[in-house]
Design a protein around this ligand. Structure first.
Ligand SMILES: Cc1cn([C@H]2C[C@H](O)[C@@H](COP(=O)(O)OP(=O)(O)OP(=O)(O)O)O2)c(=O)[nH]c1=O
Length: 190
C-alpha cells in the first residue's frame, strides 16, 4: 500500500532538502507549543520536539506518514537554539568561535500507531572569528532564524573549519538517514 508523506515543518531548508531527493510530500505546518524538560540530554530533547511537531499534524491526518524534525546546537553541554535577539546571537557566535560544537537534529516519523525516532549528531569546528566579523554577520540577519545563530549553507559557511558527520543534518534534516528509515519501515511513498 502506498502512503502519503507530510512534512510537518515551516523550515524552507527542510522542504528543499526533501525536494532535492525527489521524495513526494506535502507541507503541513501546525502551531505546536513545544514543551520539554531542559534537564533531559540534548538527544532526547531534539527527538521529543520532533515528535511533538509531527504529532500535532498527525492528529489531523491519520492516513498519512508525518515527518517532524528539530535542530539544536550544543556547546559545552549547553543548548543553543534560535537567538531571541541580536545580543544573544552575538553571545552564541562568540562562544562558537575557535571551538568545536555539536549540531543535533532529531527526527520523528509517525504513522498511525507506528513511531520512529532518531537523531544525528554532527561535530562542527569554527575558525576563530573576530568581533567585527560577528557583528557584520548579524547585520545580514541570517543568524536570526537558525539554531546556534548561523547557517552553514550560506554566509555561515565562512566560519567552518571542519565538519564531522552529516552536513544535511546541520542544515535541518539528515535526509539520507530519514529516507533509509522510511524504506526500512516498509513505507512506499506516492
Ligand atoms: C546550525 C544550523 C541551523 N539551521 C536551521 C535549521 C532549522 O530550520 C533551524 C532550527 O530551528 P528548528 O526549531 O529546528 O526548526 P524551524 O523552526 O526552522 O522549523 P519547524 O519547527 O517548523 O520544522 O535552524 C540552518 O539552517 N543552518 C545551520 O547551519
Amino acid at each position: 500500500m502506498k502512503q502519503h508523506l507530510i512534512l510537518a515543518s515551516g523550515s524552507p531548508r527542510r522542504k528543499e532538502l526533501l525536494e532535492n531527493v525527489r521524495v513526494p510530500f506535502t507541507v503541513v505546518i501546525s502551531d505546536v507549543e513545544e514543551v520539554v524538560d531542559p534537564k533531559l540530554p540534548p538527544s532526547e530533547i531534539v527527538m521529543s520536539l520532533a515528535e511533538q511537531k509531527a504529532a500535532a499534524v498527525a492528529d489531523r491526518f491519520n492516513e498519512s506518514i508525518v515527518l517532524g524534525a528539530d535542530t539544536v546546537v550544543v556547546y559545552n553541554g549547553e543548548i543553543l537554539g534560535k537567538p531571541a535577539n541580536t545580543e544573544e546571537a552575538k553571545r552564541m557566535l562568540t562562544k562558537l568561535s575557535g571551538n568545536t560544537h555539536q549540531v543535533l537534529t532529531g527526527v520523528a516519523i509517525l504513522f498511525q500507531k507506528e513511531k520512529i525516532l532518531f537523531y544525528e549528531q554532527t561535530d562542527v569546528t569554527f575558525w576563530t572569528i573576530s568581533e567585527e566579523e560577528i557583528e557584520d554577520y548579524i547585520e545580514t540577519e541570517e543568524p536570526m532564524d537558525k539554531a546556534g545563530s548561523y547557517g552553514i549553507q550560506e554566509l555561515g559557511s565562512l566560519f567552518v573549519k571542519e565538519i564531522k558527520g552529516d552536513y544535511f543534518s546541520v542544515v535541518g534534516l539528515p535526509v539520507a538517514r530519514t529516507v533509509r528509515e522510511l524504506k526500512k519501515a516498509g513505507f512506499s511513498l506516492k
